[in-house]
Design a binder for this molecule. Structure first.
Ligand SMILES: Nc1ncnc2c1ncn2[C@@H]1O[C@H](COP(=O)(O)OP(=O)(O)OP(=O)(O)O)[C@@H](O)[C@H]1O
Length: 569
């Protein structure tokens, strides 16, 4: 039955002209969403055929065979290596060694910071490597390697070697589908997957139908991680090299103040909504033995991407608000965060982990001893092709209805779940009334906007309104006169972070709607200034001392700030 179904799918695929799609395959993560005429005509012809009743009914919501969406990868007999083990066990290191020695390759990571780090490492090793993230394209002459964020993974080119880091994230409700796409879609002779052993059975199951060879390599932690039997108890017991973990930005700043009021330590801060550059600078200050910033206060944003000289992780709480409810930290979350202590090669060869309160110790200890629960399903999201074809047959449906239809009716094999589209639907509801093509609406829907942040969601609405009216958006149309001046004098730190997010979104959209966003360079420079203002804000509160180099660059940026502001307003 399954074989018959596959034959049927393949017949349909070529009947739909999709055999010509690979180069232009418009799936959710594609860099360029511009339909090529040939493909469009092919699809329309098939749709005409379909509506005239000459073709057997095709179920667009049938997502049971996602491996057939990637014919390039299916033509290869890939050698898949699963590098699995605890944190700090050298999994990524081994995979990157393979990448470095290959004639061409791609690294796909979950964070911009990780993609930056890998591009830097390869270029330093004289392996020219491009950096491609949603917001950056840094091309290096002669590069046959790329370091990308997983959403930008290229499924149309052939590589000798590919690495997908933190592969267990294929179980993530919102971003998991991008990892599934990389797993199924990257066309490489060797595919190296690094992550938690909990993902092994699912990946083996998923790859049963692809014809790939799968080999699992298990790793042990390189340096010991010792759970403490005693809680920290009081902030007086904080020591150099400690990292205290908490999950709200308010708590981060409260604890920083409290620790610093003791007069013995200064704290760096790391949390998700700090711009990545600022996060890196805060981490660098903490790592630098000669700086006075010897303690870190951080959220779970330290769990991935930063190399930190942490001696001891202290959980200030073992619960976290996940957007819906306050819940206990999961086993993988505890392990990922705790694993940051005693990083191999750092100045603390043994890591320690404890809690602030004694009550929390049992959960910490049991989590560290338990294996992560086995992953059962991987994320999936319908490709743009499928939505486009469905929309041709239901021309009155807006993108919200189309998405809803897919979410409610998607047919999935037991290995997959459909991605959580809460955020996407919020955007769809806003833009559906605007006179935009489905393709543009789709693009706005998948943009990295934070709809819970008022300034960011307003920014997106203003982009979309201006773009729908004129097909072009200038910065001054999304920032009312004066807004860009505000950060300099009176903005709160939260506002600066939100403005930074809007500028970041502008840069992201500008890469996809190139002609329509003429101020990309300006947005990028404003974003950099915004980052500096955020750091100035930290300084103003005595939270960070400016270095001479940074002061110079800030002065340079301030003068370009007034020039830019003049140009905009
Ligand atoms: N053989 C090695 N020689 C030198 N350094 C190594 C070696 N193996 C690992 N390292 C270093 O140890 C640190 C941890 O390695 P790596 O990042 O590969 O671990 P990981 O298992 O992927 O960890 P995580 O899951 O936390 O990302 C890195 O700084 C890495 O460069």
């Amino acid at each position: 039955m399954a074989a018959l179904f596959l034959c049927f799918r393949h017949r349909k695929v070529s009947a739909f002209g999709i055999s010509r799609l690979p180069k232009d395959n418009l799936d959710p993560c594609q860099l360029h969403l511009k339909l090529k005429l040939g493909t469009l005509v092919g699809v329309l012809n098939v749709l005409r055929e379909y509506s005239s009743g000459s073709t057997t009914k095709f179920d667009f919501t049938d997502l049971t065979c996602p491996h057939t969406w990637y014919p390039n990868a299916r033509r290869k007999h890939r050698k898949v290596f699963l590098h699995v083990g605890p944190t700090n066990s050298g999994k990524t290191h081994h995979a990157l060694k393979k990448l470095e020695s290959s004639s061409s390759g791609i690294y796909c990571g979950p964070l911009r910071l990780l993609a930056w780090e890998v591009a830097k490492r390869l270029n330093k090793a004289k392996v020219p490597c491009d950096l491609i993230t949603g917001q950056e394209r840094e091309e290096v002459d002669g590069a046959k390697h790329k370091a990308v964020t997983v959403e930008m993974a290229d499924v149309n080119s052939d590589y000798s070697c590919a690495v997908v880091d933190e592969i267990q994230m294929l179980g993530c409700k919102t971003r998991g589908f991008s990892f599934t796409r990389a797993l199924l879609g990257i066309s490489a002779d060797e595919l190296h997957l690094c992550g938690d052993p909990a993902a092994v059975p699912l990946i083996e199951e998923i790859l049963k139908v692809t014809g790939d060879d799968v080999k699992v390599e298990y790793y042990e932690r390189l340096s010991p991680l010792v759970p403490s039997k005693k809680p920290l108890g009081s902030f007086c017991n904080i020591q150099t090299g400690d990292c205290i973990v908490t999950f709200s930005r308010r708590e981060i700043y409260r604890m920083k103040k409290k620790i610093e009021s003791g007069g013995k330590h200064l704290c760096s801060v790391v949390y998700g909504s700090l711009p990545p550059e600022t996060r890196t600078r805060q981490a660098t200050m903490f790592n630098d033995a000669s700086s006075e910033f010897d303690v870190l206060v951080a959220s779970d944003a330290i769990g991935m991407g930063l190399n930190l000289n942490i001696s001891r992780i202290i959980f200030s709480t073992m619960t976290k608000f996940d957007g819906v409810e306050i819940r206990d930290l999961t086993v993988p979350e505890v392990k990922q965060i705790a694993g940051r202590a005693g990083r191999y090669g750092s100045k603390f060869p043994v890591g320690e982990v404890t809690c602030l309160h004694a009550d929390d110790l049992p959960l910490l200890l049991s989590s560290l001893e338990s294996p992560s629960p086995i992953l059962e399903t991987a994320g999936l999201f319908p490709t743009f092709d499928l939505m486009f074809m469905y929309s041709r047959l239901h021309p009155k449906s807006g993108i919200y209805q189309i998405l809803e239809h897919f979410l409610e009716n998607a047919k999935l094999s037991p290995n997959y779940f459909i991605a959580d589209c809460g955020e996407v639907l919020k955007v769809a509801a806003i833009i559906d009334e605007m006179p935009l093509s489905l393709q543009d609406k789709y693009l706005f829907c998948i943009s990295p906007v934070d709809m819970n942040d008022e300034i960011s969601s307003q920014g997106l609405t203003q982009f979309a309104e201006n773009y729908a009216k004129k097909g072009i958006v200038r910065l001054k149309e999304i920032f009312t006169p004066g807004t860009l001046m505000v950060p300099k004098t009176q903005a709160k730190l939260e506002e600066l972070e939100s403005i930074h997010k809007v500028l970041d979104l502008y840069v992201w959209l500008s890469f996809r709607l190139e002609d329509s966003f003429p101020d990309r360079e300006l947005a990028a420079s404003q974003k950099a200034i915004c980052g500096l203002l955020i750091e100035e804000f930290l300084e103003r509160l005595g939270w960070q001392k400016p270095t001479a180099r940074r002061l110079r660059s800030r002065n340079a940026s301030s003068s370009s700030l007034s020039k830019d502001v003049k140009r905009i307003l």
